[in-house]
Structure formats: structure tokens, C-alpha cells
Write a protein that binds this ligand. Structure first.
Ligand code: NAD
Length: 369
């Protein structure tokens, strides 16, 4: 198989970890006889420095001509005082919108070897394996007007707007993933207060008729927030709108013990995808060879699975990561009491070695479907 991949390393640790994902994908390509080619472009702060905009035209067109996009992370103190419309994070919102990436998928898996780095009790964090599907291009973050008003600018307005079609396509994704996992879907809303949530619930009930095998549960967002840390094992697939998904997926990320373990996929209607770690550019550790590259590397595995339908290859990466952890290697963020702490580069090499050897043994295999 031949695939062109756009790589947008971004800022801070984004640059250190993106090279790790590329190296791992190259090793997978070699093992399975695929030809992956990588072309690089700037986004975020690096793009602002180069061309005064967080999402240059050439970056967008490179992505549009590619088969998939790998993104590191953007942002950093250097750009924090810029006006909000040219801040690095604007580049993220713009690329999601321009590429039509309406569905954000975040698998959250409680790795056995990392149980003790979770702030939750091991019996609560173990065996967690859930997927949060968040609407990414509508709702409160994009609604207009969003402004200050009045003579003294002391009134603020943000707008939460969704069309039925926007809700239908994300809810459909929720059912699709529930169907290929365990036929259990939790739809999160605030239908006791918000009109948008009442329409959301209507749509979920309509789409449910086409998926009779999927057990559907409606849950208010406040209840979901509590349950995610008190009994996360109860969830399998969660589908929700943009703002709720933003908050719940960050909350869920603590279950694994480190932001550095969490990959994500953002998909368009035609299956085109952008893959990035959940974390940011971590300016506090950038350039120190301390970043955990695993979220980025696992994002590459999601790309193989969702954009290229290369399931076996994706699972090899997942097993290589698991085996490296099981062998006792960790990056500093994991704060395990036993094992050997290694830097970003060594961790990347250890994972590549296991890919080359065809990592096989794992009781936790196949976790990121
Ligand atoms: P962050 O995720 O960058 O860092 C939070 C904490 O987690 C830091 O202590 C950091 O060192 C640690 N951390 C994060 N990823 C890690 C990894 N892979 N390995 C080891 N430790 C890791 O969030 P923040 O500090 O709030 O934001 C820093 C910058 O990143 C800001 O400019 C913010 O706007 C931006 N940001 C970007 C994205 C993105 O690109 N998708 C997401 C969130 C934040």
C-alpha cells in the first residue's frame, strides 16, 4: 500500500514526538511492505513565526492533498500575548473546520502496567476501556455571535447552535462505533435545560431505531462527569457535543495516569482523518528529551486503523507500546516506583525494536478499536 502522510509537528514537544511516530510508522511500513511517504509543514507558533498565521495556506493544501495528517501539538508562552485570532490554538480550530473533521475519537484505556500512576484507586482504574466521541466543529465554540456588548461592554454573549444534520452525523458515528465494540452507547446531554440537548436526544432516539442491537443510555453531563471517575468501567462508547466532550475527555484522561498516553483521531465524513495526541506542547519540558512519545505513536496506530484500514499493523504498534511498558521502561511523567526511566529518544527506539521483532505476547492486545 502507498500512502502520503502530512506531518505537522507544531511546537514544543510536538517536534520531539512527531519524529517518533514517523520512525515507528516507517518501521511498520518496512515490515509489511507498505510505502509511507511523509511531507512536513508548519502549524501553530512555528507557522506564526514563519508566515504570521497559525494555519498557512500551504499547510492546509498539503493536508488536503494527503491521505491523512499527523499533528504534534501547538502553543507555548512565546505566543501567549498575541491577539486571540492569531494565537497558535486558532490553527487547530481552523484546520478542524477546513478539513471538515467533525468527529473526535478518544480511546481511554487503563493499562495494567500503569495502574499505579493513575490518581484513581487501582480497582477503579483497571480494565477501563472506553471511547469518547465528541462533536468537533459545531456548538458553542463556533456559534455566532460571540461577543461583548453594551455601552461598557459588560454583557457577554456566546451562541450554542447545531443543525439537525450536524447532530445526526455525529450520533451516527456513535452508533457505528458502539456496533463494532460492545453494543453499548451512552449519549451525554443536558436535556433538562438546553433546547439543543432536547433535539440531540430526539436524534439519538431516531437513529437508535436503525441499531436495535445497541443498548442506549441517556445521561446528563453532570452525572456523566461524576460517573467517569467513580465508575468508569460502566462506559463503553460515549457520544456528546463539543463543549461537553471537551471537558469529559480531559477528565477521562486522568484515568490512565498520564496525558502522555492518550491518542486521538478526528474524522471527516469521507473517512479522512487527522491524528494527534490529546496533550499540548508541554513547554515546561520541551527540548529536554523528557516527553512521553506514546500518545503520538498510538495516534499513528489509530491512523493505520481508521484511515488506511490496516488493523494488523495498528495492533502491532499497540502491542509494541504495551510490551515496552511491561518490560519496565517508562518516561518521567509516568512516575512509577519500579522500572527504568528513559528519555523520549530511547523510548522511541525501544518501541521500534519491538515493532521490528513483531511484538506478539500481550494480554491487553487489541485495545484501541
Ligand atoms: P500540556 O498538555 O501541554 O501540559 C500539561 C502537563 O502535562 C505539563 O506538565 C506537561 O509537561 C505534561 N505533559 C503533557 N504531555 C506530555 C507528554 N507527552 N509527556 C510528558 N509530559 C507531558 O497542557 P498546558 O500546559 O495546559 O498547555 C501548554 C500549551 O499547549 C499551551 O500553549 C496550550 O494552549 C497548548 N495546548 C495545545 C493542545 C494541542 O495542540 N492539541 C492541547 C492542549 C494545550
Amino acid at each position: 500500500m502507498k500512502k502520503n502522510i502530512a506531518v505537522l509537528p507544531g511546537d514544543g514537544i510536538g517536534r520531539e514526538i512527531a519524529k517518533g511516530a514517523v520512525a515507528v510508522l516507517e518501521a511498520v511500513g518496512k515490515r509489511f511492505g507498505h510505502e509511507f511517504t511523509f511531507e512536513y509543514a508548519n502549524i501553530g507558533g512555528a507557522a506564526i513565526d514563519e508566515s504570521n498565521t497559525p494555519l498557512p495556506e500551504q499547510t492546509l493544501s498539503l493536508c488536503q492533498q494527503s491521505d491523512a495528517v499527523l499533528l504534534g501539538a501547538v502553543g507555548g508562552p512565546k505566543w501567549d500575548s498575541l491577539p486571540s485570532d492569531i494565537r497558535p490554538e486558532r490553527g487547530l480550530l481552523a484546520i478542524r473546520k477546513e478539513l471538515g473533521l467533525f468527529a473526535n475519537l478518544r480511546p481511554v484505556v487503563g493499562f495494567q502496567s500503569l495502574l499505579h500512576s493513575s490518581p484513581l484507586k487501582p480497582e477503579i482504574a483497571e480494565d477501563v476501556n472506553l471511547m469518547i466521541i465528541r462533536e468537533l466543529t459545531g456548538g458553542l465554540y463556533f456559534g455566532k455571535p460571540s461577543e461583548r456588548r453594551g455601552a461598557n461592554q459588560e454583557v457577554v454573549v456566546d451562541t450554542l447552535q447545531y443543525t439537525r444534520a450536524e447532530i445526526e452525523r455525529i450520533v451516527e458515528k456513535g452508533f457505528e462505533f458502539a456496533s463494532i465494540r460492545n453494543n453499548k452507547l451512552t449519549s451525554v446531554d443536558k436535556a433538562n435545560v438546553l433546547e439543543s440537548s432536547r433535539m440531540w436526544r430526539e436524534v439519538v432516539n431516531e437513529v437508535a431505531e436503525r441499531y436495535p442491537q445497541v443498548e442506549v443510555e441517556h445521561m446528563y453531563v453532570d452525572a456523566a462527569a461524576m460517573k467517569l471517575i467513580s465508575n468508569p468501567k460502566e462506559f463503553d462508547v460515549i457520544v456528546t457535543e463539543n463543549l461537553f466532550g471537551d471537558i469529559l475527555s480531559d477528565e477521562a484522561s486522568i484515568i490512565t495516569g498520564s496525558l502522555g498516553m492518550l491518542p486521538s483521531a478526528s474524522l471527516a465524513e469521507d473517512g479522512f482523518g487527522l491524528y494527534e495526541p490529546v496533550h499540548g506542547s508541554a513547554p515546561d519540558i520541551a527540548g529536554q528529551n523528557k516527553a512521553n512519545p506514546m500518545a503520538m505513536i498510538l495516534s499513528g496506530a489509530l491512523m493505520l486503523k481508521y484511515s488506511f484500514n490496516l488493523k494488523e499493523e495498528a495492533e502491532l504498534i499497540e502491542r509494541a507500546v504495551q510490551e515496552t511498558l511491561k518490560a519496565g521502561y517508562q518516561t518521567p511523567d509516568l512516575k512509577l516506583t519500579e522500572g527504568k526511566v528513559v528519555g523520549t529518544d530511547e523510548m522511541i527506539d525501544l518501541i521500534i525494536k519491538r515493532v521490528e521483532e513483531g511484538a506478539t505476547v500481550s494480554s491487553e492486545a487489541d485495545v484501541y478499536m
